[in-house]
Design a binder for this molecule. Sequence first.
Ligand SMILES: Nc1ncnc2c1ncn2[C@@H]1O[C@H](COP(=O)(O)OP(=O)(O)O)[C@@H](O)[C@H]1O
Ligand SMILES: [Mg+2]
Length: 424
Amino acid sequence: MDAGFKHSGDPDAVMGEPSAEMDALRPIPRISIQAFCETEAVARPIERAGEDRRMAKAHLRVHMGGVRAAAEHYASAPTPNLVILESRYAPGELMTELEALAEVCDPGSKVVVIGHYNDVALYRDLIRNGISEYLVAPVALADIMGVISSLFVAPDAEPLGRSLAFVGAKGGVGSSTIAHNVSWAISKLFSSDVVVADLDLPFGTANINFDQDPAQGIAEAIFSADRMDDVFLDRLLSKCADHLSLLAAPSILDRTYDFDADAFSALIETAQRGSPIVTLDVPHVWNDWTRQVLARADEIVITATPDLANLRNAKNLVDTLKRLRPNDRAPRLVLNQLQIPKRPEISPQEFTDPLELEPLAMIDFDPAIFGAAANNGRMIAETDAKHPAAEAFSQIAHVLTGRGEAKRPKKTGLLGLKDLLRRK
Ligand SMILES: Nc1ncnc2c1ncn2[C@@H]1O[C@H](COP(=O)(O)OP(=O)(O)O)[C@@H](O)[C@H]1O
Ligand SMILES: [Mg+2]
């Protein structure tokens, strides 16, 4: 059955919501929404919005308790893409209450306030302080849907998704493994939706690492690029976990894969409108389209192992990408497969000095755990949650999503890393 609000026997459902307003709305992307309400009259239409078919991809949770409950909640939990707050406070008090929330709210989260005062000065104050919208109670289902849509769907809405591109300084250095594990960590830690796109069409391993065997995936997206829209993309995604979907590579050689520079643009743009995080698992090749994908990504993570060829390639990649992206932060560096017994290694310090980069993480070579995880189609954290590599993936997940260091103190944070470097 489709949207309940016209057909159900629920008394609320026949309140005469203007269906033309609702009909015009597009599906809401894969965002997480949490509401903190003080009255049933506000909680109810929000809950009903969560049941609407256009919200099928979004994750909505409604809590009772207003701004203060939200501030307490987020002191120890990640904030979602959208926080809706009901408050019965008078204007002056409301601003003070919101300050406490601002301290624990991730900068990437949007906040909508539903108040009980129809006050233009308050409205202006809130907007000036970064609140996305102020609604005055009572609110109806269509108001809630309308505000969510205006923030995340409207053509002038800010782009929702960040793209994270992962590329290796050489083949086989673990770039894909890191891309998959970090994506999984983001989806678990922050309950934030991630779409992983495996751009290595002939040889991609995301399907193996996530234990998936979908009939369709990225090849359909690229070879039917003219059909690309959110509905088409949704059909090509396979769900790996609650907040994680995969656009799998065909990983077969029945054809060759030569692409124009722009071949992946429509796909990446569509994915970014539909999901807060889009991971691009880029193969270790250098051609028009890989250069374009890397040049346009929001974040780039270069994975390298500590030998001379990796250092030379990483240096070339960093220099070239800095030239292509003069106004962006430098690519990030992960040193992987460290401490292989008997292998001579360039020390982390010697490796990173010429790159003028601090490594985001350093991960030891551990064939037992990485091999077991890969063979079982599991992530490292699912195989051994306490493994140092799982800790590193969590750290990378925090930094790439702009959450800085982990909220809870961790043993191997960035500080630990710096100390380690100093000791070497
Ligand atoms: N830290 C590590 N220790 C041991 N094996 C690793 C490590 N990181 C990656 N691997 C293994 O290395 C191989 C290549 O990894 P992959 O992610 O496919 O590399 P890339 O995408 O850079 O070509 C895989 O078998 C993977 O399980
Ligand atoms: Mg790879």
